[in-house]
Design a protein around this ligand. Structure first.
Ligand code: KMH
Ligand code: ZN
Length: 288
């Protein structure tokens, strides 16, 4: 059956980029044994999620005790394994956990990912503070340009949109010439996970932005996904953001969330982008 295509504003690309964020840095393996924390589990998850429609993976890495780590060996092993076993765009988190020092967060680029997250401001994060002073953002922006890594700008609040504009004005476009952002909504302390808040952020985006996606934490996961699709945005899903599939039904595997996102995108006549289409849309370097 032929499906009508809807043009995503600014990108010139049809379809929906689905990013999976399978692990995060906050949940404990002891509480969520189904959370992929070992390299083997990550690879299995990535393969299943690519088959279900994901084109990018947002990665936080855990150590042998399932604790968040920025250790280079662990990061590089994950990047290499996923590059070998999948064609997903590999995005490493530079946000890490709220306990990671800023200088160590910059070293994430040494693992040569395709993409890195770059959060555009400090955020209250529950009872913690997720620190992103302007100097850190600026250093990360320039180092990503130099390393030819495509940043994904994580926007937790409307002020972050203004800081993104300042970064672009100061340093020019990121590597690849595209500007892709992701609204992370519903974090306690950040912008609420509501369509109204999301649309306020979208309305503020600087003209240089070529594509945007959104995720909603917890119970805002589905409403924000629906609002994003309706407004021409892309989707991020995964256990980093949401561990409840439906009322009373826990997520058992990240691929369930990707499958549902792909279904929603299909219904909205914007089917999941392939990894090749995602690479073009994001301006990712061909790392062979
Ligand atoms: N874990 C959060 C403190 C990112 O990956 O860049 C930060 C975070 C954002 O998840
Ligand atoms: Zn993250």
């Amino acid at each position: 059956m032929m499906s009508a295509m809807v043009l995503t504003p600014g990108s010139g690309v049809t379809g929906t980029l689905i990013t999976v964020a399978p692990t995060g840095a906050e949940l404990a393996k002891a509480d969520f044994p189904q959370l992929p924390t070992t390299l083997e589990e990550l690879v299995e998850t990535a393969v299943a999620c690519e088959a279900a429609g994901a084109a990018m993976i947002h990665l936080h890495i855990r150590d042998g005790e399932h604790r968040p780590t920025l250790d280079h060996g662990h990061l590089k092993a994950a990047v290499d394994a996923l590059r070998e076993q999948t064609s997903l765009v590999i995005q490493l988190s530079t946000g890490g956990s709220v306990h990671d020092p800023l200088d160590q967060r910059l070293t994430v680029l040494d693992a040569e990912p395709d993409s890195c997250s770059l959060t555009c401001g400090t955020t209250n994060f529950g009872d913690d503070v997720f620190l992103n002073p302007y100097g850190f953002m600026s250093d990360l922006y320039v180092q990503a340009q130099e390393r030819e890594v495509v940043p994904e700008f994580e926007l937790f609040d409307l002020g972050h949109v203004a800081s993104l504009a300042r970064l672009i004005d100061t340093h020019g476009l990121p590597f690849g010439g595209k500007v892709h952002v992701d609204f992370v909504t519903g974090v306690p302390g950040g912008m609420p996970g509501t369509p109204a808040a999301l649309l306020a952020g979208v309305a503020m985006l600087p003209a240089e932005v070529t594509s945007w996606s959104a995720t909603g934490i917890g119970r805002s996961h589905l409403p924000v996904a629906a609002a994003s699709l309706a407004a021409g945005g892309h989707l991020r899903v995964g256990m980093e953001d949401n561990v409840v599939y439906a009322r009373g039904v826990p997520v058992e595997h990240n691929s369930q969330l990707v499958e549902r996102a792909a279904h929603l995108a299909e219904v909205m006549q914007r089917p999941a982008l392939s990894t090749a289409q995602a690479r073009t849309m994001l301006g990712v370097k061909d790392r062979g």
